[in-house]
Write a protein that binds this ligand. Structure first.
Ligand code: IPM
Ligand code: MG
Length: 356
């Protein structure tokens, strides 16, 4: 079992360290190799995704990823910015299926900005298509407008596009995931305005014929944004394109009160996966030892389940996380009165102890 460990920037290095600690404590025959990615790789090698890092990731069974990005790189040319590392990994590894669960842990109901009754027991799964859409569509760029409201003016443009096979494969992923859950899929589109998403809706409807046991609902993205805060528990599996999924998954993560708790998995058709917390590099708290490592530790659990065929080990990690929460241990992002505030490393150590 080969794991490429890519901590990245900001709190990435601190939280991945804790996840690696937890993996070591499982006493399984892992081979872990670490490499630079993002701004850290740019500083050392002049590129956010060096050839050697990409090769390590492509040759591994799974990638454990921290986070990339820092304000200080915002003025670099786009191809050299840290974010290009994660986009490049998704593209080169073909990681088209992104799983972003939003689960509200019983002990953290009070941490949400929503009323407890709206989110107690929340367990939804956002499945975001990750290698298509306006994120990767060509052409894109800047030019002089030849038409539109201001011909002759400087303009910028991107291309939103989806091919039929791209929509079909993510629809299959969603229906199959729903079969293992509450058998309901909400496909989120903007078919009332966009050609791309009318096509999305048509293709999802067609694939659905192979899953008569799963309920399919279509919802416009603006309405989905509203329903997520109005009645989030009405969702089971939500499937959508790359752009809408980026936005809705951040929204959904906050329902749980703590983006610091949410893992994610990005899978390709070969079972390889990249596992990362749903949150970013948080440069404002980097180096302070206060970041919540639980999302990354839970991402390692997803890795054991989806890419390394170690479901028992995954269960053990998840149970250990529940246990430390029940013990009242909290990093500052999830702290509330009456609980015990701990730092990043203490939280990691507590999870290791809870594994025993
Ligand atoms: C995410 C992030 C990335 C995205 C950025 C860092 C490129 O926001 O994983 O959701 O937009 O996909
Ligand atoms: Mg995002």
């Amino acid at each position: 079992m080969k794991i490429a460990v890519l901590p990245g920037d900001g709190i990435g290095t601190e939280i991945v360290k804790e996840a690696v600690k937890v993996l070591h404590a499982l006493d399984l025959p892992f081979e872990m190799e670490q490499a630079l990615v993002g701004g850290a790789a740019y500083d050392a090698h002049g590129h956010p995704l060096p050839e050697s890092t990409l090769k390590l990731a492509m040759d591994a069974d799974a990638v454990l990823f921290g986070a990339v990005g820092d304000w200080k790189y915002d003025t670099l040319d786009r191809p050299l910015r840290p974010e290009q590392a994660i986009l490049g990994l998704r593209k080169h590894m073909g990681l088209f299926a992104n799983f972003r669960p939003a689960i509200c842990y019983e002990q953290l109901v009070g941490a949400s900005s929503l009323k407890p009754e709206l989110i107690a027991g929340l367990d939804i799964l956002i499945i975001r298509e990750l290698t298509g859409d306006i994120y990767f569509g060509q052409p894109r760029g800047r030019r002089t407008a030849v038409d539109g409201h201001f011909p002759g003016a400087e303009e910028a443009f991107d291309t939103m596009r989806y091919s039929k096979p791209e929509i079909e494969r993510i629809a299959h992923v969603a229906f199959q995931a729903a079969r293992k859950r509450n058998k309901k899929v909400t496909s989120v589109d903007k078919a009332n305005v966009l050609e791309t998403f009318q096509f999305w809706k048509d293709v999802v409807t067609e694939v659905h014929k192979q899953y008569p046991d799963v309920e399919l609902q279509h919802m416009y993205v603006d309405n989905a944004a509203m329903q997520l805060v109005k009645a989030p528990k009405a969702f089971d599996v939500l499937v959508t394109g790359n752009m809408f999924g980026d936005i809705l998954s951040d929204e959904a993560s906050m329902l749980t009160g703590s983006i610091g708790m949410l893992p994610s998995a990005s899978l390709n058709s070969k079972g390889q996966g990249l596992y990362e917390p749903s949150h970013g590099s948080a440069p404002d708290i980097a180096g302070k030892g206060v970041a919540n490592p639980l999302a990354t530790i839970l991402s390692a659990a997803m890795m054991l389940r989806f890419s390394l065929n170690q479901p028992e080990a995954a269960d053990r990690i998840e149970a250990a996380v529940q246990k430390v929460l029940a013990q009242g241990l909290r990093t500052p992002d999830i702290y509330s009165e009456g609980t015990t505030k701990v730092g990043t490393a203490q939280m990691g150590d507590a999870v290791v102890q809870a594994l025993a």
